[in-house]
Design a protein around this ligand. Structure first.
Ligand code: KG4
Ligand code: ZN
Length: 333
């Protein structure tokens, strides 16, 4: 029998809903971005994000149900991101999901946002070769994860300061490229020289952790000293420094654990240079590379729906009094 999950994602600035069958078949995935709402402030304003989720969530859920051709009576479980994220944003999705679950008499499943990003790859390639090393790079996290199976993860390394996406956003803001910074730098870097400026590679060759705050400072100092420098060259050189470190660390981690594949996820995995470099590095070492579509890398509810299905099978429903947790960490084993 098919289990049809309605999933909701409101951890940051995307209001998303999806209908997913058996953790695999995406029947609909609707993402309403609040980018324009936050762009004038140069970043996500938590209070504004929470209010926008309140306005957008009901129409987004209706649209996801409509596109999937289902009604409430067809839904077997309701999943929602329960953390980590902005508390005022999480609460909107979690409260709505609990209300739907209660009204329809079906289980509620709280989902860890980062586990959602991990499952995004499986949604597009259920046959992904395990064990895998997954590089999760988003606006709030930079993690290297040894993935043995669904629900079986070990953290190998993480950032000790800024997340990779945060570095993209801060450098872009400094360069006057607007918000969100990642896509802007990605576009501009296409016409720049990645070898123009030798920016530092943080913690190069030193273990599995990452550091990006020194790189950000170095970009700022360089541009102040060389005001005439081509912005495209700075963007390309900065991007090359981030990508070099991410790929080198993922490659070493994969060798260390004998991974069969290297996979990327999270918003920064939408980056063109990173996507290309990961595939080249994995193939050079005789490993498979898995690079999900850009829409599956950035925040969406389909990944939450897939994770909810796995969690429901292994742990059962989440109690309705479970609270949203802005600092929720992944359970590793
Ligand atoms: O996973 P995500 O959508 O939201 C979080 O959970 O944080 O990631 C958002 C981050 C932002 O920092 C954004 O600038 C970055 O992903 N990003 C990119 C690209 N597209 C999004 N960074 C580099 N290149 C891109 N093409
Ligand atoms: Zn995310």
């Amino acid at each position: 029998m098919t289990t049809t999950v309605l999933a909701i994602e409101t951890s940051c600035d995307e209001t998303a809903a999806a209908v997913v069958d058996d953790g695999r078949t995406v029947r609909s995935s609707v993402v309403s971005s609040q980018v324009e709402v936050h762009a004038e402030f140069g970043g996500v304003v938590p209070e504004v994000a929470g209010r926008a989720h309140v306005d957008l969530l009901t129409p987004v859920v209706s649209e996801a149900l409509r596109q999937a051709g289902v009604t409430g009576g067809d839904i077997d479980a309701v999943g929602a991101t329960i953390g980590p994220g902005l508390i005022g944003s999480l609460l909107v999705g979690v409260s709505a999901a609990k209300a739907y679950a209660l009204a329809w008499g079906v289980p509620f499943v709280g989902v860890n946002h980062m586990e959602g990003h991990l499952h995004a790859a499986f949604l597009e390639d259920p046959e992904m070769a395990l064990p895998a090393v997954v590089l999760l790079v988003s606006g709030g996290h930079t993690m290297l994860i040894h993935m043995m199976g669904n629900g079986r993860y070990r953290l190998m390394g993480q950032t000790i300061d800024d997340a990779a996406g945060e570095a993209f956003d801060k450098v872009a803001r400094f360069l006057g490229l607007g918000y969100p910074g990642g896509p802007a730098i990605d576009r501009l870097a296409g016409s720049g020289d990645p070898a123009a400026v030798a920016f530092p590679r943080g913690l190069w060759g030193e273990g599995h952790n990452f550091s990006f705050s020194g790189l950000k400072t170095s970009v700022i100092n360089y541009v102040r000293k060389h005001p005439g420098v081509a912005v495209a060259d700075v963007a390309a050189s900065f991007q090359a420094a981030v990508v070099d470190v991410l790929v080198d660390k993922a490659r070493r981690a994969a060798a260390e654990v004998g991974a069969r594949s290297i996979c990327i996820g999270g918003g920064v995995a939408a980056n063109s240079a990173l996507r290309e470099a990961v595939v080249n590095a994995a193939h050079a070492d005789g490993r498979a590379a898995f690079v999900p579509s850009r829409a599956m890398c950035t925040d969406n509810a389909a990944m939450v729906g897939a994770t909810a299905w796995y969690r429901l099978r292994t742990d059962g429903p989440t109690p309705l009094d479970a609270a949203a947790d802005p600092n929720l960490s992944l359970v590793f084993m």
